[in-house]
Design a protein around this ligand. Structure first.
Ligand SMILES: [Zn+2]
Length: 283
């Protein structure tokens, strides 16, 4: 039975090690190069493949191999990250410096981001889809923080009762949005959008329902954008409490919000821990 009670892991090297190794190998170590199952054990955490002679450690090639702090501290940081404690507040709980905390949190986000990007390759949303765009960061204009660096436009597709997928976009032109809709949604879906002209050719792909915001319009059953609007408000609230997102890392923070929203009824700790022991893809 996998013990993933974070506070128990955070105080025990042995438990953290058992936890992360179990996630990494699922009980059976194989060579990361050739998948061979017969290995020499060189030391407590070093192995050598009998077939290809490759030498590796428990976490070689994974995100975990990029952190230079003990496993139980990683478990503690992961726990604080899951709870949403910003990096600058962590110093009161974990005896490592702010730069290391920030670097580790960024690695957590990168692992989530890469995993989402891999899934996106094959992702086709279908059924009832709400399409919308939102601006991020504009309201803090002139102040310290991300507002000072300008706004971000985000395009989102919400598949009702399932998940949201977001894309940072340079503008909201049809030429920009259409390839994303084409690549990531099934033909024949029901598309709910606002009255924005950028969505004008959607009826060629499926059923297109426009939500009008005129005051005297009664809401037709099911024709609304409540799902995607719920996500926008979730993401903005979430990002706001970080007090400033560096512009170059905005896509990572956006994916983090998406992940938190899509898994809001689950325990994020084991999910995130699992993505940390995945192999880092070659770019
Ligand atoms: Zn091998």
């Amino acid at each position: 039975m996998l013990n993933h009670r974070p506070l128990q892991l955070a105080i025990s090297v042995t438990r953290s090690r058992a936890f992360f190794c179990q996630l990494r190998w699922g009980g059976r170590r194989t060579c990361p190069r050739c998948s061979h199952r017969q290995l020499y054990r060189l030391s407590s955490d070093q192995f050598k493949c009998r077939a290809c002679r490759y030498k590796f450690g428990e976490f070689t090639g994974t995100y975990m191999s990029r952190v230079r702090i003990p496993l139980e501290v990683v478990a503690h940081l992961l726990y604080l990250f899951v709870l949403g404690v910003p990096a600058y507040r962590v110093r009161w709980y974990v005896p490592i410096n702010l730069t290391t905390v920030e670097r580790t949190f960024r690695l957590f986000r990168q692992a989530l981001y890469d995993r989402a990007a891999q899934k996106l390759e094959a992702l086709r949303l279908s059924g009832e889809l709400e399409l919308d765009e939102a601006m991020f960061g504009g309201h803090r204009k002139g102040k310290r923080g991300w507002g000072a660096h300008g706004k971000h436009i985000v395009f989102g597709i919400y598949q009702r009762a399932l998940q949201v997928v977001t894309f940072p976009v340079p503008d909201r032109q049809w030429q920009t949005l259409h390839p994303l809709i084409e690549r990531h949604t099934e033909r024949g879906s029901v598309y709910y959008t606002d009255e924005f002209q950028g969505y004008v050719a959607l009826e060629l792909r499926g059923k297109h329902e426009r939500v009008t915001h005129k005051r005297d319009e009664y809401v037709r059953a099911g024709v609304h954008l409540n799902g995607i609007e719920g996500f926008w408000s979730f993401a903005k609230t979430w990002l706001y409490h970080y007090r400033g997102v560096p512009r170059e890392y905005f896509p990572l923070y956006l994916k983090e919000s998406e992940f938190r929203f899509n898994h809001r009824h689950e325990d994020l700790f084991p999910l995130l821990a699992r993505s940390l022991v995945q192999l880092v893809p070659d770019h």
